[in-house]
Design a protein around this ligand. Structure first.
Ligand SMILES: Cc1ncc(COP(=O)(O)O)c(C=O)c1O
Length: 476
């Protein structure tokens, strides 16, 4: 039998906190009958968000095209859903059960290029767009292409979404942290980037790319145009590729804030040297189709011979799943005014996004008002990264600890806190150490996806829990 000693040590070292020990414990407790409020993962439909009707109607017709031949179908489905299914079938007559091109069905790639053009007013090339099984696989494809030596490094934000740290570990590359500025709404800071770059060089690491998540996970921050420009200049100066994770581009709630894509900013700067990988997904936004595993990767500033390697890489996995490709198509080509489905589609989209905005406010104001907790209303995405204060146990002197020891000490503290929170209140959040945090600070990440009444309940329970937990530590 294979035992742990035989297992790839890089896999053993990789961590993915969002589905870690606390979540496993939550499932056990749920099995024992305890009510759990799952705030650990951005999985909207697991938390009662309804799928968009149009998406499911078209998918149903495509999964069972015999329906298109039945008279009752005209009574059950809107005209434009039927028309759309026929259109897709005409472009992809082999249907959902057949492999497609490695890069994805060409007419879907064309629809994505049109979407980018509509969104940003810039040209987009369908032959630099690859369909992927969710953004995760797109990110990993970029890492596969770029990782060449053990000393290759990736600048990643701290806090970050653990796909990045885990993939770096799996691929045997080096993680180069840059801290986001909590006091400036989690924007990137140029001197911080410079310090992290030169620190890496001093250690013999060669940074090859910088990853940026906008809107942010776990921070919920929306980056300004100027901040993105700064990152592009930085990447140019140091010859870095950019990995722009833009899966939350529809999830912006802050007044006056807008999503700016890296592609758009780069185009307007006239930047033609920096290679850009941009990721998008059907999992977030208002679709929340996480289970369908759809997304795309758009590449700019890459020569043909390198792009051919990207296609080869995709071909090793044959192609991304066809339902995911179809949902991606429906995301980028929704019903338009005049289509029978448009009104319902717009109403569903509006209801989901305004509900998320309201929930962001309830959560941000509620938790931010608790003594010893610090957060503002999330500007975007689906999360708040909440800082909290805890007294140290008597005798603990973290300032005197070595870096690794201190990291472990802090990870223990936020893990213990989140575990106790779960055991006592049924609230399942993820410890900040799973995303990375500045030494000396403690955080947890919570989503604001559960229904409103559960979020209100969560705020009340957390208030009581935090006061009691802190009092217990002080008395210890
Ligand atoms: C920042 C970020 N990137 C990528 C992903 C992965 O998305 P997908 O479901 O498309 O793989 C997530 C999922 O939570 C995410 O938060």
């Amino acid at each position: 039998m294979v035992n742990l000693n035989d297992v790839n040590s890089k896999l053993l070292k990789a961590h993915y906190a969002v589905r870690g020990k606390i979540v496993i414990r939550a499932t056990q407790l749920e099995g024992q009958g305890k009510k759990i409020i799952y705030c650990n993962i951005g999985n909207p439909q697991a938390l009662k968000q309804k799928p968009i009707t149009f998406v499911r109607q078209v998918l149903s017709l495509l999964e069972y095209p015999a329906l298109l031949e039945r008279a009752e179908t005209a009574l059950l489905f809107p005209v434009d859903a039927i028309k759309r299914a026929r259109l897709i079938l005409s472009h992809n007559p082999s249907g959902t059960g057949a492999y497609t091109n490695s890069a994805g069905i060409p007419f879907i790639r064309k629809a994505i290029a049109d979407f980018i053009h509509r969104r940003d007013g810039i040209p987009a090339d369908m032959n630099r767009i690859l369909l992927t099984d969710g953004a995760s696989k797109g990110v990993q494809a970029a890492f596969t292409l770029l990782t060449n030596k053990e000393t290759d490094g990736y600048l990643i934000p701290i806090p970050q979404y653990p796909l990045y740290s885990a993939t770096i570990e799996l691929y045997g590359a080096r993680q180069v942290n840059y801290f986001l500025d909590e006091n400036a709404n989690w924007q990137l800071n140029e001197s911080e980037l410079n310090a992290s770059y030169s620190g890496a060089k001093k250690k013999g690491v060669t940074p090859v790319a910088i990853a940026v998540i906008n809107p942010g996970n776990p921070t919920g921050a929306v980056l300004s145009w100027e901040n993105i420009e700064m990152v592009i200049r930085f990447a140019r100066k140091h010859k870095l590729a950019i990995l722009a994770d833009e899966v939350y581009q529809e999830n912006i709630y802050g007044a006056g804030l807008e999503f700016h894509s890296f592609a758009k900013v780069m185009h307007d700067m006239g930047e033609t040297e920096v290679t850009l990988f941009s990721f998008h997904s059907v999992s977030k936004g208002f679709l929340g189709e996480c289970g369908h595993r759809g997304g795309y990767l758009e590449i700019r500033n890459m020569p043909d011979d390198v792009y051919a390697e990207m296609i080869k890489l995709q071909s090793i996995g044959l192609c991304s799943n066809v339902d995911g490709q179809l949902v991606t198509y429906l995301m980028v080509a929704p019903p338009v005014a005049g289509d029978e489905s448009h009104e319902l589609y717009a109403a569903e989209r509006g209801a989901i996004l305004s509900d998320l905005k309201e929930k962001a406010e309830i959560l941000g104001k509620g938790l931010g008002g608790i003594e010893g907790m610090h957060t503002s209303v999330p500007q975007g995405a689906m999360y708040a990264f909440v800082r909290f204060d805890l007294p140290h146990a008597p005798g603990a002197e973290p300032e005197k600890m070595a870096e690794k020891e201190r990291e472990a000490y802090e990870a223990r503290r936020d893990n213990d806190y989140c575990l106790a929170l779960l055991e006592e209140t049924g609230i399942c959040v993820v410890p900040g150490s799973g995303f990375g945090q500045r030494p000396g600070t403690l955080h947890f990440r919570t989503t604001f996806l559960p229904p409103k009444d559960e979020i209100r309940e969560l705020v009340e329970k957390m208030k009581k829990f935090h006061a009691a937990y802190t009092a217990k530590l002080k008395g210890a």
